[in-house]
Design a protein around this ligand. Structure first.
Ligand SMILES: Nc1nc2c(c(=O)[nH]1)N[C@H]1C(S)=C(S)[C@@H](COP(=O)(O)OP(=O)(O)OC[C@H]3O[C@@H](n4cnc5c(=O)[nH]c(N)nc54)[C@H](O)[C@@H]3O)O[C@H]1N2
Ligand SMILES: Nc1nc2c(c(=O)[nH]1)N[C@H]1C(S)=C(S)[C@@H](COP(=O)(O)OP(=O)(O)OC[C@H]3O[C@@H](n4cnc5c(=O)[nH]c(N)nc54)[C@H](O)[C@@H]3O)O[C@H]1N2
Ligand SMILES: [Mo]
Length: 765
C-alpha cells in the first residue's frame, strides 16, 4: 500500500566519525572537494568545461546561492559549494523508465535522500496511477491533457495550489503566475514562505521595500559589517571574498551566532594559490555566541549603548524617520540583567560592541535563517533596522541592510509575481499587462496550503521545482495532507522524496537545468535572474541536455496553459518559442522592467529600482522610515528542556544531500546527530555518541523522533542543533513566526531522552 510509504528520511548507515572542528574555510580542501564532486559526477573534461561557464557574462548563473557577481570577473567565478551544485545537476547518472520499473515507490521511500539524489537526472515524464506501486512513462501531451482535465473539472479554482522553489527563472516564474492567475487563484506558496518571508515583512513595513539596500561595492566602503544568524562559509562562500576584501580595507566584522562557524574565523581564497599566496585572513573581530532567539535582547543592548554614545544621525532621524523616541525609550527601560540572561552575552561585551557600532560611519547588517526562522523573526529584523536607522546607515555608501537570500532566483521569483499575497497595485498592473481579470483575494502560503490539504480542500497540487515534503515542517502532518490530494505534479531535475509521498495520482515532469542549452523554435534561448542585491541579468546554459525528452520550464508552463485555456489573450505557444516575447509581456505587467529585453542584454544586466538605497526615499504610508518599538520575546524554557535549531551541513543543498560530511564542523557519516553543550551532557551523565530520542513540545502537543546521538559542540547551554530535513518531523505546523507565518525551524522547544541502542563501529579522531 502506497499510504504506508515512509515520509521521513531513512538514515545512511555509515559510521559516525568525529574530528576537531575547522577554524579556516575554503583553502586547499575546498579546491579538492569541488574537483572531487565535479570529476565524480561529470568526468574531467566536462568538469572543466562546466565550471568555466559558471557566473560568466556569457555563461549561466550558478544554481547555488543568490550572492551577486562582481563586475570584473575571473575565469573561476564559483565556490566549492557552487561547484557541487553544478556537478549535481550536470551529473552523468540518469533515472530512466527502467529504473522506475525496477523499484516500487515503497522501495524507493526506504532509500536515503543521499541515495535518491545520487541516481542522477530524471529523463522522461512519468505517471503514478491511483493504487499502483510503480511509476510508468507518459507522453508530454497525455500528461498535460490529464493535468488540465483535473484542473478544469475542479468546482473552484482555489482547490488548486501551485508551489515554486527558488531556482525558477524570471521568465518561467512570470509565465507560471500568469497561468495560475488565469486559472483564477492566488494560491502561489513558495520556498520564500519558509525562508526570507520575515525579512520581506520586516523591511516592507519599515523602509517601504521588502529587499535589502546594499550593492556588492558597498562592502568595499563599510566600517563595520555585522553577520547575524548566517553561516556564509557553507551557504554563501563567495560572500567570504567580499568580507575578506572589506577586512583588508579596515572593516570590523561582527559575527553573531550561537555557533563559531568556520568561514568567519579564518578564510583562505582558493584562487590565491595561483599567485602563490599562502596566507589566510582572520575575518570576524568579534564572535558573539548569542543564545538561540537572544538576538532581540542583544540588539536592544546595542541600541541602548548607541543612544548614549553618540554617532546618531540626528538630521536623518529628524527629517526622514518616525518613532525614534519611543523605540529608544523602550530599549533604555530594559535592565541589563534581562538583556544578559536573554542573550547569554555579558553586558561588557554588549557595551564594547555597541561602541564600535556607534562610532561607525558606514555599517552593513547581513542576516539569514538564524533570524528569519525565529518566532519573532519579523520583529527581530526590525530591531536590526532600528539599529541601522539610528546612525543613518541606509542609502549611504558602504552601509545598509543585507538579507542574504538563499535560492539563486528566489528574489526574482517574488519580483515577477510568485506571491500568494501581493499588494492590490501589483495585481492591477498585472491585469493591465495580461489583459485578463485576476482574483484579488490572497492565496495560501506554505503552512496554510498544508492545512488546506489536511482539510480536504485541495484537488491538484503542482510544484515548480523544490522538494515540498522534505522542506516543509511537520513531515507526518504534511504527508497526511498530500495523500488526500487527487493529483500531485512535480516539475523536477532530480529524484526526491516528493516524488514518493504523493496524492492519489502523481506526475513527474522532468525539466532542463540552468547548465543546459535551451533550444526552442526561435533558436537558442537565455533566461534572466535577479540576485540578492537586485541586479537582473542573463543566464545561458551550455551543456547538452541530460535527455532528449527534457523540456524547459517556460515550455512546460506554456504547453500546460494551451491545454488549460480555450481562449486566452496570451500567445502561449509563441512565448515558449521565443522568450523575448515573455520579456515583452513582463515589461507591460511589472514596474521597473522598462526596455527589459534591451537592458538585460547589457553585459552586467541592470539594477532594479530601490528607493531607500537610491534616494533615501521610503514608500511607507508616511513617506518616512519607521522605527518600531517591540517588547522582548519570551525566550524562557523549563529547566529540563532545550531550544533546538535545525541547520544545514556543509554537504547539502537544502533537501539535496550531496554527501554525509559536515567538514567544517568535523562531523561525518551520520546526519542524525544532536550538537550539545558538553556541560549539559555532563549534567545528564552522557558521553559523546550517547543515543537519544527527541520530543518537541508545542502548546501541549508532542512530536517524537528516535535514533539520534548526542555529540559535544561549542554551543550555548540549553541550546542544541540538528540537521534539516532529518529533524523536520519535530517542527510543529502551527509554530510559525508572527506576521510572516514562517515555520520556526530555528526555535523548537524539545526534551531529550536516553535511548538504549548503541551503534557499533563509530570512530573518533
Ligand atoms: N551549500 C549550500 N548553500 C546554500 C544552501 C544550502 O543548503 N547549501 N541553502 C540556500 C538557502 S535556500 C538559504 S535560505 C541559505 C541559508 O543560509 P543560512 O541561513 O546560513 O543557513 P542555516 O544553516 O539555516 O544557518 C543559519 C545560521 O544561523 C545560526 N542561528 C540559528 N539560530 C540563531 C539565532 O537565534 N541567532 C543567531 N544569531 N544565529 C542563529 C546557525 O547557527 C547557523 O549558523 O543558504 C543558501 N545557500
Ligand atoms: N527544518 C528546516 N526546514 C527548512 C529550512 C531550515 O533551515 N530548517 N530551510 C527552509 C528554506 S530556507 C528553504 S529555501 C526551503 C527549500 O525548499 P525547496 O526549495 O522546496 O527545496 P530544495 O531542496 O531546494 O529543492 C530541491 C529539488 O529541486 C529540484 N530542482 C533543482 N533544480 C531545479 C530546476 O532548475 N528546476 C526545477 N523545476 N527543479 C529543480 C530537484 O528535483 C531537487 O530535488 O526549505 C526550508 N525548510
Ligand atoms: Mo532558503
Amino acid at each position: 500500500m502506497r499510504d504506508e510509504v515512509r515520509a521521513d528520511t531513512p538514515l545512511d548507515k555509515l559510521p559516525l566519525k568525529l574530528k576537531k572542528r575547522k577554524k579556516m574555510a575554503a583553502g586547499i580542501p575546498a579546491v579538492t572537494s569541488s574537483m572531487k564532486h565535479g570529476i565524480k559526477n561529470m568526468g574531467l573534461t566536462r568538469t572543466f568545461k562546466t565550471l568555466t561557464m559558471v557566473n560568466q557574462k556569457d555563461g549561466f548563473d550558478c544554481p547555488g546561492c543568490a550572492w551577486p557577481d562582481p563586475t570584473h570577473r575571473t575565469q573561476f567565478e564559483f565556490c566549492e559549494n557552487g561547484a557541487k551544485a553544478v556537478a549535481d545537476e550536470a551529473t552523468k547518472s540518469r533515472v530512466t523508465p527502467e529504473f522506475f520499473s525496477q523499484y516500487s515507490v515503497q522501495e524507493l521511500a526506504e532509500k536515503s535522500d543521499y541515495w535518491l539524489n545520487k541516481r542522477g537526472r530524471l529523463t522522461q515524464p512519468m505517471f503514478l496511477e491511483k493504487g499502483s506501486s510503480h511509476y510508468t512513462p507518459i507522453s508530454w501531451d497525455d500528461a498535460f491533457t490529464h493535468i488540465a482535465s483535473k484542473i478544469n473539472s475542479m468546482e473552484n479554482p482555489d482547490r488548486s495550489v501551485f508551489y515554486t522553489s527558488g531556482r525558477t527563472s524570471n521568465e518561467a516564474a512570470f509565465l507560471y503566475q500568469a497561468m495560475v492567475r488565469s486559472i483564477g487563484t492566488n494560491n502561489l506558496p513558495d520556498c520564500s514562505n519558509m525562508c526570507h518571508e520575515s525579512s520581506g515583512k520586516g523591511l516592507g513595513s519599515t523602509i517601504g521595500i521588502g529587499k535589502g539596500t546594499v550593492h556588492l561595492e558597498d562592502f568595499d566602503h563599510a566600517n563595520v559589517i555585522m553577520v547575524v544568524g548566517q553561516n556564509p562559509g557553507t551557504n554563501h562562500p563567495r560572500m567570504l571574498t567580499a568580507l575578506r576584501d572589506a577586512k583588508q580595507k579596515g572593516a570590523t566584522i561582527i559575527h553573531i551566532n550561537p555557533l563559531p562557524e568556520a568561514g568567519l574565523e579564518r578564510f583562505k581564497h582558493p584562487q590565491d594559490y595561483m599567485t602563490l599566496d599562502f596566507s589566510s585572513t582572520q575575518l570576524a573581530d568579534f564572535h558573539i555566541p548569542v543564545r538561540i532567539g537572544g538576538d532581540a535582547a542583544l540588539m536592544k543592548g546595542f541600541i541602548k549603548v548607541h543612544s548614549e554614545n553618540g554617532g546618531l544621525d540626528h538630521e536623518f532621524i529628524q527629517n526622514q524617520t518616525i518613532g525614534f523616541d519611543s523605540m529608544v525609550k523602550k530599549a533604555q527601560s530594559i535592565d541589563w540583567g534581562i538583556l544578559e540572561s536573554d542573550s547569554g552575552i555579558d553586558r561588557q561585551v554588549m557595551i564594547e560592541v555597541g561602541k564600535v557600532l556607534s562610532k561607525s560611519k558606514a555599517t552593513i547588517a547581513c542576516w539569514a535563517m538564524g533570524l528569519t526562522q525565529q518566532p519573532n523573526g519579523v520583529s527581530v529584523i526590525q530591531e536590526v533596522v532600528n539599529l541601522l536607522l539610528m546612525g543613518g546607515h541606509i542609502g549611504r555608501p558602504g552601509a545598509g541592510l543585507c538579507p542574504v537570500r538563499g535560492h539563486s532566483n528566489v528574489q526574482g521569483d517574488r519580483t515577477v509575481g510568485i506571491w500568494e499575497a501581493p499588494p492590490l497595485s501589483f495585481l492591477e498592473n498585472m491585469e493591465k499587462g495580461l489583459q485578463i481579470s485576476i482574483p484579488k483575494t490572497h492565496g495560501y502560503d506554505v503552512v496554510n496550503a498544508i492545512k488546506a490539504m489536511n482539510d480536504g480542500k485541495v484537488d491538484v497540487f503542482f510544484c515548480m521545482g523544490g522538494n515540498f515534503i522534505s522542506a516543509t515542517p511537520d513531515t507526518h502532518a504534511t504527508a497526511k495532507g498530500l495523500r488526500k490530494i487527487g493529483l500531485t505534479v512535480q516539475v523536477s531535475t532530480k529524484l526526491n522524496r516528493s516524488h514518493l509521498v504523493t496524492g492519489e495520482q502523481a506526475i513527474i515532469l522532468p525539466c532542463l537545468g540552468r547548465t543546459e542549452e535551451d533550444v526552442q523554435e526561435g533558436g537558442i534561448q537565455f533566461v534572466t535572474v535577479e540576485n540578492s542585491m537586485g541586479v537582473v541579468h542573463q543566464s545561458r546554459g551550455g551543456l547538452q541536455p541530460a535527455s532528449i525528452h527534457l523540456r524547459s520550464e517556460p515550455w512546460i508552463v506554456s504547453h500546460l496553459a494551451t491545454h488549460l485555456f480555450d481562449d486566452s489573450p496570451l500567445d502561449w505557444a509563441g512565448m515558449a518559442g521565443n522568450y523575448d516575447l515573455i520579456r515583452d509581456l513582463m515589461e507591460k505587467s511589472l514596474t521597473g522592467f522598462e526596455k527589459y529585453n534591451q537592458r538585460v542584454r547589457n553585459e552586467n544586466g541592470f539594477l532594479l529600482p530601490n528607493p531607500p538605497r537610491d534616494s533615501r526615499s521610503f514608500d511607507t504610508p508616511t513617506g518616512k522610515a519607521h522605527f518600531t518599538t517591540h517588547e522582548l520575546p519570551d525566550v524562557s524554557v523549563p529547566d529540563d528542556r532545550y531550544v533546538m535549531m535545525t541547520i544545514r551541513s556543509h554537504d547539502q543543498y537544502n533537501t539535496t544531500i550531496y554527501d554525509v560530511h559536515d567538514r567544517y564542523r568535523g562531523i561525518s557519516g551520520n546526519r542524525r546527530v544532536v550538537l550539545m553543550n558538553a556541560l549539559d551532557m555532563v549534567e545528564r551523565g552522557w558521553k559523546s555518541r550517547h543515543p537519544v530520542s527527541i520530543t518537541s513540545h508545542f502548546h501541549g502537543e508532542e512530536r517524537h523522533s528516535s535514533g539520534w546521538v548526542v555529540i559535544a559542540y561549542e554551543i550555548p547551554r540549553q541550546n542544541i542543533a540538528t540537521y534539516f530535513p532529518e529533524a523536520n518531523s519535530l517542527v510543529p505546523l502551527n509554530s510559525t513566526a508572527a506576521l510572516s507565518n514562517t515555520p520556526t525551524s530555528k526555535w523548537i522547544e524539545v526534551s531529550l531522552e536516553s535511548e538504549s541502542s548503541f551503534s557499533k563501529g563509530d570512530e573518533e579522531e
